[in-house]
Design a protein around this ligand. Structure first.
Ligand code: ADP
Ligand code: MG
Length: 227
């Protein structure tokens, strides 16, 4: 496989049980993206965006098909190996920040690095740099509850990339923000992604933001199509 392919989905299927019937959501979805690419995933609610991101992020198993991340075929792997790949290769951002409320912004960004085995000093330095990069360096000691929605999302983005993943998966990261704040947060996200050479899939309902990405895909009848 091409070395630059970060994420490749082949024939991915997923269905959910509904009473006695199965509701098919993904029906042979194919998708491939390269290093440095930012792809917008724009599709109506309920079409399977979160399902797709969870499968790509190894948080959920597909019912069929294959997920390949940086050349690792992930489907036959043990949960331990999948977790290891997820921790080293993938960063996640959700619509709601999911920051730990009892810890400061800086500590939230340090956490994944400490789990990965970095020292307190190293983790703190990188967390500080990321906060500066997201232009909230002055907010490091604040807890999430003391930050605005846009600031919380910028901390969540910094946390997602703290361990230098190769793939960033963002599930409506600005969906909870007013348009101006959304645009500002997206600017910071885009700058970070461009600078680090990450590949990013960003699910959004915001067509204006989607137009700024390299490529736009949607989910149509359980498949991923460019538009
Ligand atoms: P989106 O993110 O595009 O709004 P989702 O991936 O969250 O869509 O959901 C796609 C469909 O699958 C929806 O109809 C949703 O209700 C259903 N669904 C998602 N997760 C589950 C689940 N764990 N059990 C049953 N149905 C689910
Ligand atoms: Mg969703």
């Amino acid at each position: 496989m091409n070395r630059n392919v970060v994420l490749k989905l082949t024939g991915v299927e997923r269905q959910y049980g509904q009473g006695h019937t199965l509701l098919p959501i993904l029906k042979g979805a194919d998708f491939s993206m390269s290093k440095g690419e930012i792809v917008a995933l724009v599709a109506p609610s309920g079409t399977g965006k979160s399902t797709l991101l969870h499968i790509a992020g190894l948080l959920e198993h597909p019912d069929g098909g294959e997920v390949n991340i940086n050349g690792h075929a992930c489907d036959g792997l043990s949960d331990e190996k999948r977790t290891a790949i997820r921790r080293s290769e993938i960063g996640f951002v959700y619509q709601f920040h999911h920051l730990l409320p009892e810890f400061s912004a800086l500590e939230n960004i340090m956490m994944p690095q400490l789990i990965a085995g970095l020292s307190w000093k190293e983790a703190g330095e990188r967390a500080g740099q990321l906060l500066d990069y997201m232009r909230i360096g002055h907010r490091g000691s604040h807890r999430p509850g003391e930050l605005s929605g846009g600031e919380q999302q910028r901390v969540a983005i910094a946390r997602a990339v703290a361990n230098a993943p190769t793939l960033l998966l963002a599930d409506e990261p600005t969906g909870n923000l007013d348009p101006e704040t959304a645009s500002y947060v997206f600017d910071a996200l885009e700058a970070l992604v461009r600078q680090s050479g990450l590949a990013a899939v960003i699910a959004t309902h915001n067509h204006e933001l989607a137009r700024r990405m390299d490529r736009r895909v949607t989910i149509s009848d359980g498949k991923i199509v460019d538009f």
